[in-house]
Design a protein. Structure first.
Length: 112
């Protein structure tokens, strides 16, 4: 039997590290929707130790626009069996070491 449940936590916005570029129009759309609804419905999935965003880069940008200080997130490790990392638009696996080396340094100005 596997544990397919996720634990959701609140983390300060400074914890997160964007992992990809975002579409500004989509960020504006989400920002308007979240502000109008008054509800944040989907946690950001990120790496447990570094805050690298696995899924939710647009929502992260929305949070910055809305000046939110805490964000709901699901904390996972790239070693977790539930996490699969492939090249975009491909089934080819991506070397997770590159994520730490490139994203933390280039996008967040920090190292592991």
């Amino acid at each position: 039997m596997t544990n397919d449940t996720y634990h959701i936590e609140l983390k300060p916005i400074q914890f997160f590290c964007s992992s990809e570029e975002t579409d500004e129009q989509h960020v504006d759309y989400l920002s308007h929707k979240i502000a109008c609804d008054g509800t944040w419905t989907t946690p950001i999935t990120c790496e447990i130790h570094t805050g690298i965003i696995m899924d939710g880069n647009h929502r992260y940008q929305v949070a910055k626009q809305l000046k939110l200080s805490l964000l709901p997130c699901i904390l996972l490790s790239y070693q977790d069996n539930r996490v699969k990392v492939n090249y975009q638009n491909s089934d080819q696996p991506y070397d997770v070491k590159n994520i730490f080396e490139v994203i933390l340094y280039q996008n967040c100005g920090r190292t592991k």
